[in-house]
Design a protein around this ligand. Sequence first.
Ligand code: NAP
Length: 508
Amino acid sequence: MQALRSYVCGRWISGTGTAQTLLNPATEVPLATASSEGVDLAAALDYARNTGGPALRALGFAERGALLQGMADALQDARDELLALNMANGGNTRSDAKFDVDGAIATLLAYAELGQALGAGKFLVDGEGIQLGRSPRFHGQHFSVPRHGVAVHVNAFNFPAWGLAEKAAAALLAGMPVLSKPATATAMAAHRAMQVIAEAKVLPEGALQMLVGAPRDLPALLGAQDVLAFTGSGGTGERIRALPNIIRHSVRVNVEADSLNAAVLGPEVAPRGDMYELFLKEVVRDITQKAGQKCTAIRRILVPRALLAAVKEDLVEMLGATKVGDPADEESRMGPLATATQLKDVLSGMERLQTEGERIAGKPGRLSEKGFFVSPSLFLIEGGTVVHEHEVFGPVASILPYEDTPAAIVARGNGGLVCSIYSEDTAFIEEAVAGLAPWHGRIYLGHPKIELSPGPGTVLPQLVHGGPGRAGGGEELGGRRALSFYLQRVALEGSRPVIQGLGKGGVA
Ligand code: NAP
């Protein structure tokens, strides 16, 4: 069995002590082990700060963008292997696995392109210069420079390749070195991605390291110039934020956490029309893709009461036709949950939903003795509290009929990553957007004329990803916006000719 290693201080290091066993979640066959014990975390952080950081800061944006292009090329060359690892270790169908791996490559390429567009400068000039006094001589200018610390990236189990790439792309382009920690249970694809990037020698020494296995006290070792981007459960995010060193040193922390994403069907939509069919297709895709283990997946389906009977009937039929099985079988359209813990959590989450509603699709309990399979499940809930408070991170969603104020119902989720609206009624959309926008990082307006619509579940590098409240209050991606987390904005005030003579290494 393969023992995964960590890549730190320019070397591959084997962990000691008791290792965690990584499984194939469809067969429960052990595939690999991982342990981070014995890895010198402080040395890895210092290697990033003292070796990777200076090397990245010596480059301009276009050169850093070229590094990302090199990473994308390396991953592209290993694409088939990465897809196979996601299928074996993540329970992904081939299509689910592409979502992760191709998403990783596309995000790196988008940030490589941004680097080219930003040009040769090494820092960002922020806005126009400002005259500060009566005389134009007294002048101010904001600009942003890379922080001198390390960017620690902690990722969730559901997107091993994309999680690595989307966070690293922004940090490396900004000029900060990265120590990435994939979730242990599904780390095989991330580990292989790190191997191919290291073998391709496309990055300066110390620019990208990977800790495989338990995080140990990694967040507790961070200081004032470091940043931590975390994706995972809200509970872990809370614990990290409360660490004394994080508070004392004002360590920047970005949290991407749980979300009870909603889809709202407009009251004017006609059953069997194009908008209605798009809505059904995207809801079913979100429930079944990656067995519902997507932070952006639709969990709450808001349907006007007049359309309830039709929607119920159609969704039940479509979900019932989904073939659940081992992703190694080409016929399977939905694989298992990723881990035994996931299975336990999803089963108990469904029981909680059942206490306040009716199960209208799927079977309770696990589907087979081996493998972490459950059926795509749908509940019908009138009123209810659990449905607005508890994220069941699996192929599970609930229909909530509404009379006239969907935004108020959606807001009970207390902050989400994305909300989708399926309507062509401008007045309805306007009112809904006004009500939903303060609670969300992204609003997706479904329309049947958008060719090959990716649906609300796909995170695009050009748009921000994150959300307020329950969703963690974080923000990633969004093109150039992503860089600001890794940059220190500074205001320079003084004599205009002196300041204007300085900004040569920057880009506006
Ligand atoms: P989790 O238990 O919080 O784990 C997430 C990551 O944090 C893993 O890499 C884990 O490492 C690490 N970790 C655990 N305890 C830690 C600690 N004390 N300090 C530092 N790192 C720590 O989350 P999960 O249950 O695996 O992930 C599912 C959740 O993630 C869902 O609720 C989902 O909504 C959320 N999610 C959110 C987004 C988003 O973008 N908003 C995306 C994907 C998932 P180990 O694996 O080694 O334990």
